[in-house]
Every structure is written in C-alpha cells, then in structure tokens.
Design a protein around this ligand. Structure first.
Ligand SMILES: Nc1nc2c(c(=O)[nH]1)N[C@H]1C(S)=C(S)[C@@H](COP(=O)(O)OP(=O)(O)OC[C@H]3O[C@@H](n4cnc5c(=O)[nH]c(N)nc54)[C@H](O)[C@@H]3O)O[C@H]1N2
Ligand SMILES: Nc1nc2c(c(=O)[nH]1)N[C@H]1C(S)=C(S)[C@@H](COP(=O)(O)OP(=O)(O)OC[C@H]3O[C@@H](n4cnc5c(=O)[nH]c(N)nc54)[C@H](O)[C@@H]3O)O[C@H]1N2
Ligand code: SF4
Ligand SMILES: [Mo]
Length: 709
C-alpha cells in the first residue's frame, strides 16, 4: 500500500483558511488533519471540516454533465446525463441566444466564495464573462458594508494584526461569534485573557463566545452605531481622547466631537435597550485600557445601518489612539492587507472587456423578477447556492422558474439551485484541483495542489470555462491560460513565487510583521495616509458624510411590529458552512432540524413548548421549524441558524423565505438580520417525525479542535 501525505488549504468561506494535511492511500483519501506547523491555525481543523472527506467521497458527488428534459424546480427527475461535448454546446447555444436577443448584458455570472480559492473562483470564470461583455456582479452578499465603511474610514479593509491580539488588555468581540466562525482566533484571545486581558462580547445573543467572555453586552439588533457613539462620548467625557495621535493621523474629529454632544450615554443606552451602567462601565474600560482590540464581526453588518455601524466602531480606536500599540485597534477582515489583485487577473491587460452594467448579487431575487433592464436571460452560477442563501427565496424561485431564463449551474453535488438549471456541470473539489488562497482572517497565502483524481467526469471550474469559451468561438489566448499560469499571474508582484509555495505551501504575504502595530505612525491606505470620521465622498451615495447612526428599518418599524412582533436574526451555525455540508448526514445530525429559538416569555405567550412545530412567517413568506425555548435571547428577539437547504426542509422553504431584498446604508450589502416575523403553532404533521421535537444537541468540540475556554 502506498501512503502519502499532502499539504493543502481548506477552501471554505471562513476567515481561518487552515492548512491541512491529506493522507492518501492507493489513490484514496483516508485522513485529513490540520498542519501543526501553521502559525495561525496551529494544527487543528474545525468540527465540520474534520468530516470534509464525507463531502469528497460522498455518493452524492456529481459525476457527469446533466441536461434538463422536464420542468424546472422539481429536482433531479427532470434531468438526463449528457456528454461534456453536448453539455458545453448547449451552454454556448444558450448564452449565444441570450446575447443575440437581449445583448451581452443579459448574461449574468453569479458566483461567490463556496471556494475561497482565487483560481477556481475569481479568474477564468470572471475573465470569460468580462470578455463577453456580460453584466458584472457586485459581490455584496457578505462583507460589502464593512468594505465600504472601512474603505471610507481607513482607506481599505485593514486593521490590527490578528496574532498581536495576545498583547491586548481589553478585547471587544463585536458581533462576532469566534467559537463558531473564526475558531482559530479564539486561542489568541484566550491567551490574552490568561495574561489578564478583559474580554467583552457585544451580541444580542448569549453565544458560546459571549458565555466564555468576562462580560456580555446584549444590544438590540441593528443599534451598534448608537452604542459606539455613546461609548466615544463617554471616553471623551472621561478624558480618554488621544488628542496628539488624533491630530496627526485623522480627519474630521471636530465634527465628530460636535456629534458626540448629541449622544449622552443615557440616549445611547435607551436606543440599544441597555442598562445605562452597562454602557458607562464599558466606556470607562475603553477610556482607560491600552491596548484595546475590537474584533468587528459580520453579524452586526446584516442590518440597514451597517455602514454607519462599522464606521462608528472603527472610529473608537482612532479616538483612543489604540493603533499606536501592538494588539490595539480594530479589525474586521485582513483582506485589504493582501496584495493579490484578482480583478487584474480577471481582466488582464490586452484582453478586450467591454464596459457593462453591474448587478448587486444580494438583489438577485429582484434582478430576476423585473428589476434588471435589459432582463437577465442567461445565468451562470458557480461556487454558490443562492436558493438557500440569498434573501427573498420565494421571489427568487419565481425568477428562476421563468421560461425565458437559461440557467447553468456548476456544482459538486445536487443543491437547491440545481433544481432550476437547464444544464448542471460537475465540478471538482479542493483535493482534485489547483488553487491559491489569501485569507480574510490572517496574513498568509496558501497553495493547494491537486492530489486526487476527480470522480467520474468532474472538471475544475477553470477547465469548464475554457471549454465554454472555445465552444463560443472565442479565441483570445488569455482564455486558454492553464491553472498554473493563472496562479503565477495572481502571484505576480507579490514577492512570493510559485516555486516557493510548491515547496512550503504557505507564506507570510502582507509585509505586516507578526505582533506589529502597522498603523502606529498612521500611514493608513487612504490617499493621504489619514483615517476619516468625515468623508464628503459619501454624500453622493446618499450617506451622511459624518460618522453617525442609521436605525434599523424593519426591526425599528413600530407599525409593522404590531403584525410581526418578533425581530429575527439568522447567524452562522457551528456544523454547516453557509449551506455547504447542510445536506450531509453527519453534519445534519450534529446540527439537528431547523429550529426557531424563542425566549421563554415569547414561547409562553404563543402557547409554544420546546419541540413544538411552528410556522415562522411575514408578508414575504414562511418556513417551518421546531421551537427551541432558549434564554440565550431576549423577549421580542427570535433566532434561527442560516443556510439549511430548502429542498431538505419541511415545507420546502428556509429562513430566507422571510428575509427581504433591502440594501445596507453603505456598500449595498444584504440586511438578513433586519427582519420581523410572527411565530405560530403549526400542525404536527408539517414537520417530519424525526425532526419535530428532537432535543437540541449540545455542540462539543471534536477531538483535536482548539479547546475553547
Ligand atoms: N461554522 C461556521 N463558520 C462560518 C460560517 C458558517 O456558516 N458556519 N460562515 C462563514 C461566513 S460566510 C461568514 S461571513 C462568517 C460570519 O461570522 P460572524 O462574523 O461570526 O457572523 P455571524 O455568525 O453571522 O454573526 C455573529 C454574531 O453577530 C450577532 N449579531 C446579529 N445581529 C447583531 C447586531 O445587530 N449587533 C451585534 N453586535 N451583533 C449582532 C449574532 O447573534 C451572531 O452571534 O463566518 C464564517 N464561518
Ligand atoms: N439568512 C441568512 N442568509 C445568509 C447569511 C445570514 O447570515 N443569514 N449569510 C450570508 C453570507 S455571510 C454568505 S457569505 C452567503 C454564502 O452563501 P453561498 O455563497 O451560497 O455559500 P454556500 O451555501 O456555502 O454555497 C457554496 C456552494 O459552492 C459550491 N462549491 C464549492 N467549491 C466549488 C468549486 O470549486 N466549484 C463549484 N462549481 N462549486 C463549488 C458548494 O458545493 C456549495 O454548494 O450566505 C448568506 N446567507
Ligand atoms: S476553521 Fe475554517 S478554514 Fe479551518 S478547517 Fe474549519 S472551515 Fe476550514
Ligand atoms: Mo459570509
């Protein structure tokens, strides 16, 4: 028996981008472990990816192209296998027909971070569609609000060096559930805590992360900007403003200071539904503790006021001068530190790429049901499962069922979205293709080489797009670049060579040293190196140029609250990664059925008990779930985990049947958590017997995971 061990990168949409080691015996994968030498992820994967080989070797892998022969929307029965030659010819014919009738902008490539790999995700597909003059996709579904907000405040998505957090004396985890979603940052936080740091989690829910913090502050959802303004006001009143640093490295403090006059602590506390002393005590700690590190999560960004919230939170360390110190400052994502520019590779110099409109991916349901003009009549989906993950699921399905829409889906397994495809193309998984990864949670770049043969006829996305380009008769040489050439193009100008990565797998990539304070002397990536509280460029986007507060739209609507009294948020669960793994037996078993978590007071008011089947609904739609009576939340606030599959859920719908298409104030992001619903008892037979009332599993860390706490 020949056994070999191969390093690679976890491809999932997770800030940690772990380096793994895959053991292969006689061509078959037999074990997957974390690389103990990796400085950030330090040897352990997470619970869900410890079972990644279930996904690679599963009997549900797609192994052959499939073409539709029955109605849309009913599932695999509508499809028959086809050769690659026939499938690609059909795709080219569908795209050509759309272009001939409605012009190239009628074609929409729709992709996201199902793999974070730049080669499979962000090079050949986008390149082909740029060359065609197809609509461009604004990839807003995740970090758009912080990208726009931090672009305004710091000049880019940058912040403190994540490994330096061990030096912090106060750590604020703000709308971030590290133990579920950024597991490998937690040991650094824990190390700081053991060295005496005080850890505060700001989250409407008492998550595991909140429970392991020294303090938990639970504001009403969508009110974080008000909290940040109140905290800055208190810091100022206590004399905690670092005026020399502020004067040297920021713009607009006088205006912000005038605004803080409007935000006494009691106003902020009232807006956030918090006890005034809670805000005061936190303000006092921030005023007096150096360095303070603020980890800005994604959860607080799924609200109408997300742009202002991120601006306001990112302003706090500017006021206190925390960027002076290693471990001080704020950090949402490390993306802005990485130097690889995938857009340059997607639109290479010398390749014609006609100008085209942009379509906001978070508005897909609207774009497919009348908002886009010319209409979208060809849709090519890869690395994403929008039927499960975008807002307004019912309207999306209506759009996807349109007879005049030609849809292609590149996938590894049959998902909710495949149900609506005209052609389904089987794609490879990470151990089967070449890829290159940056990270949104650390400063390393990782190479992933193919080590397994794909099942059946599955092909890498890149190869599928090369074949589609050829079938369309496009002969630009850049549409024939190999995966290795694409990887070298991505690395061009970064100072890291392909050869180095083939030897070492990963390399520190950003020029920011471990444990350093990259903005101690200012030098933010803005044009003048300063950070901004006031930004006149935002006026053109209809946003207040000064850091301020945008209240939640739906959650804040008192009239709507009479019909839909519960605010609903849908954060990440531990054992799914968005909708990835949500179809696999082990991961489903660990996660349990869809549940609607209600505070005991709200459950009692509706006559609902733990395990009861319930209908969660508003004017957009409904989904079915088992009630979980849970005091991790507060009265008036319900929650459920995101990204179950619709086709595997009771009633065929998920939480995204009740979320709406509405943009954040800045960046055009989605507002999943700015949602109101009512919850009612549902007839017992609406939930499958094994799903109704099964007790919630207690999440426990798998062997080999970093032990929280
Ligand atoms: N296990 C697992 N890991 C994941 C993912 C997954 O699905 N599963 N998803 C990945 C992806 S795509 C992303 S973007 C990241 C997201 O990772 P996180 O940034 O952790 O995002 P969420 O889990 O969506 O939300 C984090 C917390 O924000 C809270 N929250 C909601 N609304 C508010 C608010 O208004 N204010 C405040 N202060 N907090 C609020 C939620 O209760 C939640 O506990 O995780 C990645 N990692
Ligand atoms: N209600 C609610 N909804 C949410 C959120 C929320 O907080 N609440 N969070 C949102 C967030 S943060 C995000 S990032 C989105 C993410 O939502 P999606 O982008 O839809 O992510 P996934 O559901 O993981 O789907 C990724 C798909 O890509 C496929 N894939 C992976 N690698 C490859 C590959 O190499 N080739 C091909 N062809 N396919 C591949 C996987 O099989 C999987 O089906 O969901 C959003 N949806
Ligand atoms: S923690 Fe994130 S990067 Fe690491 S194995 Fe799990 S999903 Fe992949
Ligand atoms: Mo995300």
């Amino acid at each position: 028996m020949a056994t070999t061990v191969h390093p690679g990168a976890c491809p999932l949409d997770c800030p940690d981008t772990c380096v793994w080691q895959l053991t292969v015996t006689d061509g078959r994968p037999v074990a997957l472990r974390g690389d103990p030498g990796h400085p950030f992820t330090r040897g352990a994967l997470c619970g869900k990816v410890n079972r990644y080989l279930d996904a690679v070797t599963g009997p549900d892998r797609l192994t052959t192209p499939l073409v539709r022969v029955g109605p849309k929307g009913v599932g695999p029965v509508s499809y028959r296998p086809a050769s690659w030659e026939e499938a690609v010819r059909r795709v080219a014919g569908g795209l050509r027909a759309s272009i001939d009738i409605n012009g190239p902008e009628s074609v929409l490539p729709y992709y996201f971070a199902g793999t974070m790999g730049l080669v499979q995700g962000w090079t050949m597909g986008p390149r082909l569609f740029a060359h065609l003059g197809a609509s461009r996709l604004r990839t807003t579904i995740c970090t758009a609000a912080s990208r726009a907000a931090l672009g305004s405040v710091y000049g880019g998505s940058v912040g403190f060096e994540p490994e330096s957090v061990v030096e912090a004396k106060l750590i604020v985890l703000w709308g971030a559930n590290l133990l579920s979603t950024n597991l490998h940052h937690w040991p650094f936080v824990r190390q700081a805590q053991q060295r005496g740091a005080y850890v505060v989690t700001i989250d409407p829910l008492r998550t595991d992360t909140a429970a392991r913090s020294d303090a938990h502050v639970a504001p009403l959802p969508g009110t974080d900007a008000a909290l940040a303004l109140g905290l800055m006001r208190h810091v100022r009143d206590l004399g905690g403003v670092d005026r020399p640093w502020l004067a040297a490295h920021t713009v607009g403090w006088e205006r912000l200071e005038a605004r803080l006059d409007e935000w006494p602590v009691d106003r902020a506390a009232a807006e956030c539904g918090l006890d005034v002393d809670v805000v005061r005590r936190l303000g006092e700690r921030i005023a007096t503790t150096r360095p303070t590190a603020i980890r800005i999560g994604l959860g607080l960004q799924r609200h109408a006021g997300a742009g202002q919230a991120v601006r306001a939170i990112a302003s706090i360390p500017l006021v206190t001068g925390d960027f002076r110190y290693p471990g001080g400052g704020a950090l949402a994502t490390t993306s802005g530190h990485h130097r690889i520019d995938s857009d340059r590779v997607a639109r290479p110099a010398g390749m014609p790429a006609p100008p085209a409109r942009s379509i906001n991916m978070s508005r897909l349901a609207a774009a497919l049901t009348g908002e886009a003009d010319p209409p979208v009549t060809a849709l090519v989906v890869f690395d994403t499962n929008p039927v499960a993950t975008v807002p307004d699921q019912n309207r999306l399905r209506q759009g996807l069922t349109r007879a005049d829409l030609f849809t292609v889906v590149l996938e590894q397994r049959w998902t909710d979205t495949c149900d609506f495809a005209d052609v389904v193309l089987p794609a490879t998984m990470q151990p089967e293709h070449l890829d290159l990864h940056t990270s949104y949670g650390h400063h390393y770049t990782t190479l992933n080489l193919p080590v397994l043969d794909p099942p059946g006829q599955a092909l890498p996305n890149t190869e599928i797009f090369r074949r589609i380009a050829a079938a369309l008769g496009l002969d630009h040489p850049r549409l024939r670049d190999s995966d290795e050439e694409l990887t070298r193009q991505l690395l061009d100008g970064t100072g890291i060579s392909y050869e180095e990565l083939t030897r070492r797998t990963y390399a520190r990539a950003t020029g920011v040293a471990v444990g350093s304070a990259p903005y101690a002397q200012g030098g933010f990536p803005s044009l003048d190196g300063r950070a901004r509280f006031h930004d006149p460029r935002l006026t053109a986007q209809g946003v207040d140029p000064l850091v301020g507060y945008t209240p939640p739209v739906e959650v804040g609507d008192a009239t709507l609250a009479r019909r839909f009294p519960l605010a609903l948020i849908s954060p990440a669960g531990r054992f799914f990664l968005n909708s990835t793994f949500a179809s696999l037996p082990w991961h489903r078993g660990r996660t349990g059925p869809p549940r609607i978590h209600l505070h005991p007071v709200d459950a009692a008011a509706r006559g609902l008990a733990d395990g009861d089947p319930a209908r969660v609904h508003n004017d957009r739609g409904e989904f079915l779930a088992a009630v979980a009576v849970d005091d991790a939340t507060r009265p008036g606030l319900a929650f459920t985990y995101k990204a179950y599959w619709a086709r595997l859920s009771p009633g065929g719908s998920t939480v995204n049947a009740v979320t709406g298409v509405r943009d954040t104030d800045l960046g055009g992001g989605p507002t999943f958590h700015d949602t109101r619903v009512e919850v009612q008892a549902a007839p017992a037979d609406l939930l499958p017997a094994d799903d109704a009332g099964r007790p919630a599993p207690t999440p426990t860390a798998p062997p080999g995971s970093p032990q929280p706490g």
